[in-house]
Design a protein around this ligand. Structure first.
Ligand code: ADP
Ligand code: MG
Length: 385
């Protein structure tokens, strides 16, 4: 049997823009299926570059680097949302690129992202765009207390300020360099959740189960997934909203949609990431198709089959702080003790230097029941903590 139209079969080379941990796990998934890989990243020690057959050491806007990537690859994806959309557009002239530059450009800009959510009819936090002094002066006092967020380049809670009064808002906008921002009303959160969807070139959408997330200091700390981790109505609503957002972008690839669940049970879309996401890492060990395999399948035009959760799971993020528990020099955490616990799957990203706040890896915990998984995760956290 020959391959269907536009299908890129194993044996071909798949490319990724960005060499971080998400690129590394994409490379692992592609290689496991028999593809070769090419990574574009200027860092000689990038986690993905270290494990890929090809590593093009060039910046995202380097014409020679992009030409080399296009020459080597049958299709290209990205692991990093701040890759210039122009680079994706250049590559798209000669090979399939997913997601497309236009979708990535929207995910890069909170103002454009919010406008897209409104267009799709999904609920968003009350907000205002502040890009000029006139817009600052016109802000509705009903948006305070609120959070001022830079429209571009914010992540892990960076580029944000909590503001209570018009004076604090003006000072915060000054501190952020008067760059375009979005002011969001501070909402009473009960918890946060996210959904990973994968959408094919034919518009077919599959999804991972809804993930319940806990952040610490603006960084994802824990993701918990099991049947019934959210009320069924909420989970259905989150899945439908995620699908609308992906359909509205005519998206191809893996997309993460993050939500706030408010204390009254209402669901609000927060932001999107045009790539696999930290909150989807549990799928490597708890689902029959991981988010990285979905990324490979979507970009290669392979069938997208609905993933199945085969185990309750908890993912613990492993930050560089774990290497500095004794106060003095960095020391490797006692992984052997953690791995003595049943259902613990260690994923480390091959980063040479541990730094506080740096994502070094994650631990996926699986088990027979949500209670058993929670007990194991608590034991692992106690060993590491
Ligand atoms: P980032 O791009 O850094 O992830 P987010 O917009 O997701 O930025 O904000 C980081 C965290 O701050 C969220 O996960 C949430 O805990 C909190 N937060 C953000 N916006 C609001 C809001 N409008 N109301 C209450 N909490 C918020
Ligand atoms: Mg976020």
């Amino acid at each position: 049997m020959s391959a269907g139209r536009g299908v890129i079969l194993p044996g071909a080379t798949l490319g990724v823009l960005g060499g971080g941990q998400l690129g590394r796990m994409f490379v692992h998934a592609a290689q496991a299926m028999g593809y070769s890989t090419a990574v574009l990243d200027d860092d000689a020690a990038s986690p993905a570059g270290l494990v890929s057959q090809h590593h093009i050491r060039a910046g995202y806007e380097d014409p020679q680097g992009l030409a080399e990537l296009a020459r080597l690859c049958a299709a290209v994806t990205t692991e990093f949302e701040n890759v210039p959309a122009a680079a994706l557009d250049i590559l798209a002239r000669s090979l399939p690129v997913s997601p497309a530059g236009g979708a990535v450009a929207i995910a890069q800009d909170r103002a454009a992202e919010k406008a897209h959510f409104v267009r799709c009819g999904v609920p968003v936090a009350p907000h205002a765009v502040i890009a000029t002094p006139a817009q600052l002066a016109a802000v509705d006092a009903g948006l305070l207390p609120g959070i001022l967020k830079t429209a571009r380049l914010g992540y892990d809670g960076k580029g944000q300020a909590r503001v209570n009064t018009p004076q604090e808002l003006a000072a915060a906008w000054d501190d952020l360099g008067r760059v375009p921002c979005v002011l969001e009303k501070m909402l009473p959160l009960a918890h946060e959740c996210s959904v990973i969807v994968a959408r094919g070139r034919d518009g077919h959408v599959v999804h991972l189960p809804v993930q319940r997330n806990l952040h610490r200091g603006g960084i994802l700390a824990v993701t918990e997934v099991h049947e019934g981790n959210l009320p069924p109505g909420q989970a259905r609503q989150a899945l439908a909203a995620a699908k609308s957002v992906a359909d509205g972008l005519d998206y191809v690839g893996v997309l993460c949609v993050e939500f706030f669940v408010l204390q009254d049970g209402a669901l609000v879309v927060n932001e999107i990431a045009p790539r696999p996401h930290n909150s989807g890492h549990y799928s490597q060990n708890a689902c029959d198709v991981s988010q990285f395999e979905l990324q490979v399948r979507a970009m290669a035009g392979l069938p997208l089959v609905q993933p199945r959760l085969h185990s309750p799971a908890i993912m613990l993020n492993l930050l560089g702080d774990l290497w500095f528990r004794d106060g003095d020099g960095p020391a490797t955490p006692p992984w052997d003790e953690v791995l003595a616990l049943p259902g613990c799957h260690l994923h480390l990203y091959g980063k040479r230097d541990a730094k506080r706040g740096r994502k070094m890896g994650h631990l996926n915990v699986t088990g027979a029941t949500p209670g058993a998984v929670r007990a194991t995760a608590l034991k692992a956290a106690a060993i590491l903590g």
